[in-house]
Design a protein around this ligand. Structure first.
Ligand SMILES: Nc1ncnc2c1ncn2[C@@H]1O[C@H](COP(=O)(O)OP(=O)(O)OP(=O)(O)O)[C@@H](O)[C@H]1O
Ligand SMILES: [Mg+2]
Length: 429
């Protein structure tokens, strides 16, 4: 008989809350009952992560699987396999905004794992006890991919589109792929969209960038499971010039062809409006709606060039290596947006990483910098400012439609930074 462990405290039922709460919710989906997941810590009582299911003791249960919890169970950020080489490779393949301190920390942890000291430095474990034939994400992926797997999971900060992205490895640390798991309507839609985007990109004959291959897509336990081939992000990094980055973004913009249309007649304008109408009725929505009305009055007839964009092209969604420019995370790929959106997004998102600067200031500065950022896209100065306003509106509408405020996302409220930049530019014109 197993001792029943106290439950990890949960404040909310949805996929929100602290990293520990989110981990608990996700574990319940990836290892449903009769599997049992606990968080162990030397000298302390284990915490039950998933509710104890019935029947475990009646069926043969192999030795529990364990993942190392980094840095510890109170603030779980990364789970890695216990095998030395798989653990080091998992740390290497994990990512986040590439701040210097984060890179140094990651290097130190990778070296600790590679030397075998990691399991002694990080002593908390996620322990998974599953009867031999019980369906879990591991049994599903093993069957889908036809190979034994070890997995690693980064536990991200709160946001509406937070989802488990499982790094899949062999026990020897060879990369197998990445499984992105749709756990709710938004993340399931994003997984399907990424699958569709990668199918289009596979036929686009891109020269300046490399994108992941889709290895598998399926649904399991009500979850969408998209498995992507691993890009060789472990290769030595090469500096990336602004011109090479812009050339790659131009190549993506050209997928599906370019069109020239008046701002208020373009399909993009209709989509923006539709997205906003579908968002919850809150003050930010009304403020953005009236700003867009003003924009249509001021510049609805201005002709812009439209093309495709990645949709979330940031330094942490790409790597410049000796094997070329690797770009992943294509779930927001879309056609028919004013060209240059990717360049604007890349600049703004880099400026607003945690701790760097005031986001409202950065959003205003984006408009001032738009002409320079969009010069490689042959966009004139006035059109560039308009494109920046449309980009800020696009991001604001995305956050509102995705309910980022409710998810507790940092910068999730567009009224605090994006909308003021839009309205001050409209007042200036
Ligand atoms: N095909 C791949 N090859 C190499 N690394 C990958 C691949 N797919 C995902 N990753 C790694 O997993 C991380 C999370 O994946 P991805 O960015 O696609 O998911 P996400 O949930 O949309 O992330 P976020 O919203 O945090 O940017 C990536 O930053 C990258 O480190
Ligand atoms: Mg990403």
């Amino acid at each position: 008989m197993r001792r029943s462990a106290p439950r990890l405290p949960l404040r909310r039922a949805s996929f929100g809350g602290t990293r520990a709460e989110y981990l608990s919710q996700v574990c319940g989906l990836l290892w449903p009952a009769p599997a049992l997941v606990t968080l162990t810590s030397p000298g302390r009582d284990p915490l039950a992560v998933t509710p104890p299911g019935g029947g475990v003791s009646a069926r043969p249960t192999p030795a529990p699987a364990e993942l190392i919890v980094i840095p510890g169970r109170a603030r779980p950020r990364l789970l890695v396999p216990t095998e030395r080489r798989a653990a080091a490779a998992a740390v290497q393949g994990s990512s986040g905004p590439g701040l210097r301190t984060a890179r140094l920390r990651k290097r130190a942890i990778r070296l600790a794992m590679a030397s075998g000291a990691g399991p002694f430095l990080f002593r908390d474990r996620l322990r998974i006890q599953a009867p031999e034939d019980s369906p879990t994400i591991v049994s599903y992926l093993r069957a889908a991919l036809g190979s034994d797997i070890r997995l690693s999971m980064h536990v991200g900060a709160p946001r509406a589109n937070r989802k488990p992205v499982l790094q899949l490895l062999t026990a020897a640390g060879e990369p197998i792929g990445f499984a992105k798991i749709g756990i709710d309507p938004l993340t399931s839609r994003l997984g399907l969209a990424e699958r569709e985007a990668l199918a289009q990109l596979a036929t686009a004959r891109l020269g300046g960038l490399t994108v992941p291959r889709v290895l598998h897509y399926g649904t399991w336990n009500g979850l969408g499971v998209l498995v992507l081939g691993p890009l060789p992000t472990w290769r030595e990094r090469r500096p990336l010039s602004d011109s090479r980055l812009a050339a790659a973004m131009r190549e993506v913009a050209g997928i599906g062809g370019l069109t020239r249309e008046p701002l208020a007649a373009a399909a993009h304008w209709q989509r923006l409006g539709a997205r906003l109408s579908a968002a919850d009725d809150r003050p930010d929505r009304a403020a953005l709606g009236s700003a867009l009305g003003r924009l249509a009055d001021q510049a609805g007839g201005t002709v812009l060039c439209y093309g495709s964009w990645h949709g979330d092209w940031t330094p942490w969604n790409m790597a410049s290596t000796g094997r070329g420019l690797l770009v992943w995370d294509w779930e927001r790929f879309a056609h028919g947006v004013p060209i240059g959106f990717d360049a604007l997004h890349h600049w703004l998102q880099t400026e607003v990483v945690p701790g760097r600067r005031d986001p409202a200031n950065a959003a205003r500065e984006l408009i001032e910098r738009a002409a320079a950022l969009l010069d490689p896209f042959d966009v004139g100065a006035d059109e560039a400012r308009l494109t920046a306003v449309l980009y800020l509106a696009e991001l604001a509408a995305r956050y509102l439609a995705d309910r980022q405020i409710e998810a507790g996302a940092r910068l999730g409220a567009p009224g605090g930074w994006l909308i003021p930049a839009i309205t001050s530019e409209l007042a200036r014109r």
